[in-house]
Design a binder for this molecule. Structure first.
Ligand code: ZN
Length: 278
């Protein structure tokens, strides 16, 4: 696999500064849930916030990473482990633009926190739903939803935004909590690149995600599972971990390594040798 980016993978948040054209992607360790930071200079985009209980520590992390301006806050979907940090993050960054999938099912969800978050987003003047074939351009970074083609039913996970991120000829995929059925449709479609440098695996490594044909279709270099240790649902599933090991050049987990940090620059892929993968 040819790699046109220069990539560092570090767990330390105190590493050396990067050059001005670098994009940092940090899969943040937020315990049970997911939050991903894209950072250039002192500006950032958050994809998901983790849950409300860890929002204070997420703000501390943004401070440690020296993010003084949050330009966009995106939600793959509104389950609490991805979106209930909204309230605290919103208070800290009142001007950030909010983007979500606009799933109407969230407004009538039997899960209270989902409903409350959906209600708050509906009332947020800086919120705009984003859909397939729309694109967010931010500081040279392109962020494109490749899923869902349409919002259907009440399956919030299946309606997760799947985000393709392009920068410096490199690609990352953030799968949200989609399952194998969505992966199958994406694999059969035309929206996926043939090689990706980073895959944030779907649904915290559930047994219903990261199936082999999908992994073979996107040929990932680095894969990351965002999961807490002792997860009550048994994530990540052992067979899913094995599939990821078989199909990713390197696999990292936030429960084992904390924040997973990648720095992308023009050049080749390089991974810190001090960091041992699964
Ligand atoms: Zn989740």
């Amino acid at each position: 696999m040819m790699h046109k980016i220069f990539l560092w993978l570090l767990v330390s948040i105190h590493s050396a500064a990067c050059s001005a054209d670098a994009l940092q992607i940090v899969v943040l360790d937020v315990g049970e849930g997911q939050a991903i930071l894209l950072k250039r200079e002192n500006r950032g985009i958050l994809i998901d916030t983790g849950h409300a209980g860890t929002a204070r520590s997420l703000l501390d992390k943004l401070d440690q990473y020296r993010v003084t301006q949050l330009d966009h806050l995106m939600f793959t979907h509104l389950h609490p482990d991805h979106a209930s940090g909204y309230f605290r993050i919103r208070e800290a960054f009142p001007t950030a633009y909010i983007h979500d999938n606009g799933d109407p099912a969230a407004l009538v969800s039997p899960i209270d926190m989902v409903r409350w978050t959906a209600d708050a987003l509906l009332a947020d003047p800086n919120r705009q739903a984003i859909a397939v074939r729309e694109r967010l351009d931010w500081m040279g970074v392109k962020i494109m939803p490749v899923w869902p083609e349409r919002l259907e039913g009440t399956h919030l996970n299946r309606n997760s935004l799947v985000l393709l991120i392009e920068y410096a000829s490199a690609n990352a995929l953030v799968m949200g909590d989609v399952d194998i059925e969505v992966e199958r449709q994406l694999t059969n479609g035309k929206s996926l690149p043939k090689n990706i440098e980073l895959l944030v695996a779907g649904h915290h490594g559930s047994r219903h995600s990261s199936h082999r044909p999908f992994l073979q279709a996107v040929n990932p270099e680095v894969c990351v599972i965002s999961v807490n240790s002792g997860n009550v649902r048994g994530y990540p599933d052992a067979s899913t971990v094995q599939r990821l090991k078989d199909n990713c050049s390197r696999l990292y987990r936030t429960d084992r390594y904390g924040d997973i940090r990648l720095t992308w620059q023009t050049g080749e892929v390089m991974i810190d040798k001090k960091q041992s993968a699964e």
